[in-house]
Design a protein around this ligand. Structure first.
Ligand code: ADP
Ligand code: MG
Ligand code: MG
Ligand code: MG
Length: 717
């Protein structure tokens, strides 16, 4: 999303009366988008990434590292023609606001060309520029760091300047409203989620049990400022868990996202579906968040924190027993006829019988947060079968039938289902200036609902254009890959981004069949949360990819050594597994099995592994018969190291960021084995992360973290 236009958010009561208006017109806009763009063909494979930085104030005198919450003016300056916009333009980068006042999001200004090898190398350079330009606008003690979660967010004195948690938007016991972006959209989102829900969000992460860890969290204040202050003591906070009560804990964390453009809508649907089973695996391999609110936790990633942090479902929508004295309907305007009984029955659309809001919309049972894994495949490919969409996922039936019956026939069952699911949600923020829109030329109502459904993948249709534009040159049908935690260095982030964009290119090229039931992907998502899930766990994945293993067998990472002449001859050219030719037989009736991430990434006897698909794509599409001159050789070498990083994390040769961070804490002499991450430990940890990042390539630390081979390549550059 670009810089936000100023607007006046409607308060909850006014906004509520427009909910159906937004949904209804949003769907009209969607239909118009389809009418305008459905038949576009042969768009280029373009892609781009998004990196979210935290501005961290490092105080070397007092040994503290805190979130800087008063330097957000750099965002305005870097978008201001009379100030520093020229730096953004010169470097082809674009600065965007994010949830936290301490956050900035930076993307390439123009997307990369996925058909040019040089652009895959340019990604990391572009990321370097983003840091350098940000630094040029900041005092020297403040660094833009790519941390997934700030370890002491929500502890005492975690901001500079200091701020107190007593703000009306979040009512948080831990997070001051001063950490929230100043644009009205963000405090409004925060307040609206709480108001709709009827209570504060409640996220409970199991504390990592160490020898001196206390079961009862003594860091929850007993305050008497808002009525919600009582919540942790009447059921919101679970014993043995780190309790968090505000949107900022999740939306104040950072991730890396990658958007790819497909040649047409059919290819985009297939790409979306094919990437879905990879989402939990890549999440596990990107794990970077073992600390929340000053505690080591018994998991390694941020996902369920963000999911809980923006979960605006009421007790009844979740099917939960309300806290004593709390309204099960939250702020939903319930029809006076509505009767709530425990375990009220609901129909196939999730609609509770006899429970309606005053505007006539039935109240639904909703199993997932707005921020969660995808609910269904988009279909449209020859491998798709409706049996894979096997989870209970409520839809908005009115919208479903409206789309299915649309006279242009643009929406088949899975596509209609996808949008009808997104449109079960209420808009969270409505700006008064945008209530009335021309549905032929504006798509803000559609985007309002679409962009507040934060799933592991996002199917991004094009925008609406009023005419005059050359439609073929506007952004087309895109797929966004959203699950991953962010990495500490540009090298790593470039590696993960290139992995996903090259994998997408390979998927489009080789047309594998990756379908497994959505319920299995959801199970994998839960698995991915566990400590060191990259190597300790296994994941459901499709057994036969409908590809010949033999045709990929010579495209392991050793392919690079062969073409670069750096091979030691040890790796045989040819099959490295039991199958010598043909498509691997699907001997079991079951289409899917559990595999380690090592198998999924590096291959096994059932399938070639994702890396081989990528390497063969590079070999055929970028190298071909070209002479390997020094420039090409240098490029291929760096790409090899990008892929090696993912390969090594999958095989367990090198730790994930989360593992490295956890190790840093538990081996810190100041650590009391009570799961607590003090100010001093936090400072030491942040200093160590800086050793990994671009600012200080410390050979020893890099070797511990990335392994000898990658570290020596990076430090000998
Ligand atoms: P959002 O926050 O809605 O996901 P952003 O604008 O922050 O969107 O990021 C979108 C990413 O998509 C950026 O990296 C951008 O460079 C990239 N991008 C822009 N246009 C295209 C396109 N036509 N195809 C693929 N990627 C694109
Ligand atoms: Mg963005
Ligand atoms: Mg973002
Ligand atoms: Mg995005």
């Amino acid at each position: 999303m670009g810089l936000l236009s100023l607007g006046t958010p409607l308060d909850w009561n006014d906004a509520k009366s427009h909910n159906n208006h937004v949904r209804k017109n949003g769907i009209e806009q969607l239909k118009n988008i389809f009418n305008q763009h459905y038949s576009r063909k042969n768009d280029n494979f373009l892609w781009g990434d998004e990196i979210e930085y935290m501005l961290v104030n490092i105080d070397d005198e007092n040994h503290t590292a805190t979130l800087s919450i008063d330097k957000d003016y750099i965002l305005d300056d870097l978008n201001d023609e009379s100030k520093s916009l020229y730096k953004s333009i010169e470097n082809n980068i674009s600065f965007h606001p994010e949830y936290g006042r301490f956050m900035i999001e930076v993307t390439p200004a123009k997307p990369y060309n996925g058909n040019l090898l040089s652009d895959y190398l340019y990604v990391e350079k572009n990321m370097n520029s983003r840091r350098n330009v940000s630094i040029s606008e900041l005092p020297s003690n403040i660094l833009p760091l790519t941390l997934t979660a700030f370890p002491r967010m929500g502890c005492e004195n975690f901001t500079t300047p200091p701020s107190k948690p007593n703000g009306p938007a979040s009512q948080s016991l831990f997070l001051p409203d001063e950490i929230i972006n100043r644009h009205a959209r963000f405090p409004t989102l925060t307040a609206k989620i709480r108001e709709r829900k009827g209570h504060k969000v409640a996220i409970n992460l199991p504390i990592f049990p160490d020898v001196n860890t206390k079961v009862v969290d003594d860091t929850i204040p007993k305050r008497n400022l808002f009525t919600s202050d009582i919540e942790p003591f009447i059921g919101a906070a679970l014993p043995g868990h780190v309790y968090m009560d505000s949107m900022g804990f999740g939306m104040g964390s950072s991730c890396v996202q990658i958007t790819m453009q497909a040649k047409d809508i059919t290819e985009a649907r297939y790409l979306y579906d094919s990437l879905a089973p990879a989402t939990p695996v890549m999440l596990a391999l990107s794990a970077a968040a073992p600390i929340f609110r000053g505690h080591l936790v018994n998991q390694d990633i941020r996902w369920n924190v963000v999911s809980g942090a923006v979960d605006d479902r009421t007790f009844i929508e979740k099917g939960e027993t309300p806290y004593p004295g709390y309204n099960p309907f939250g702020a939903l305007d319930v029809d006076s006829e509505s009767k709530y009984v425990e375990d009220s029955p609901f129909n196939e659309y999730g609609e509770y019988e006899n429970l309606k809001t005053k505007d006539g919309k039935p109240i639904q049972r909703i199993p997932k947060s707005r921020y969660d894994s995808i609910d269904s495949y988009l279909g449209g490919s020859k491998f798709y079968d409706s049996k894979y969409n096997d989870i209970f996922s409520p839809i908005n039936p009115e919208i479903y039938f409206d789309l299915i019956n649309d006279k242009h026939n643009h929406f088949d069952e899975p596509l209609a289902r996808h949008f009808a699911h997104l449109f079960i949600r209420d808009p969270i923020v409505i700006f008064s200036e945008l209530v009335n829109q021309n549905n032929k030329t504006m798509n803000d109502h559609f985007e309002n609902i679409q962009s507040t459904n934060w799933q592991t993948l996002r199917f991004k249709p094009p925008a609406l254009y009023s005419g005059g534009e050359d439609i073929a040159s506007t952004p087309g049908w895109r797929v966004e890959f959203r699950p991953m935690d962010i990495q500490l260095s540009d090298f790593e982030n470039a590696a993960y981004c290139n992995f996903i964009s090259l994998l997408s290119k390979a998927i489009i090229k080789f047309q594998p069949n990756f379908y497994i039931p959505i319920s299995k992907i959801d199970e994998n998502m839960r698995t991915a949360h566990k400590i060191n899930s990259a190597i300790n766990e296994t994941y459901w994945f499709r057994k036969s990819w409908n590809l010949s293993i033999a045709e990929f067998s010579s495209f392991g990472l050793e392919w690079f050594d062969r073409v670069l002449g750096t091979s030691n001859g040890a790796v045989a050219n040819g099959s490295t597994n039991g199958f010598s030719n043909g498509v691997s037989p699907d001997i079991s009736v079951r289409e899917y099995e559990k595999y380690s991430s090592n198998e999924i990434i590096n291959g096994n006897h059932d399938f070639p592994g994702l890396i081989k698909l990528i390497v063969r794509t590079i070999a055929e599409d970028f190298v071909g018969d070209n002479e390997i001159n020094s420039e090409l050789a240098e490029s291929l070498l760096r790409i090899k190291y990008y892929l090696l990083l993912i390969s090594n994390r999958a095989s367990g040769k090198t730790p994930t960021t989360a593992q490295w961070v956890r190790q840093k804490v538990v081996t810190n002499p100041l650590y009391n084995h009570d799961s607590k991450v003090s100010d001093e430990i936090n400072y030491d940890l942040i200093k160590d992360t800086i050793k990994i990042s671009e600012y200080n390539n410390d050979t020893q630390e890099l070797t511990n973290f990335l392994g000898e081979e990658i570290a020596s390549y990076l430090t000998n550059q």
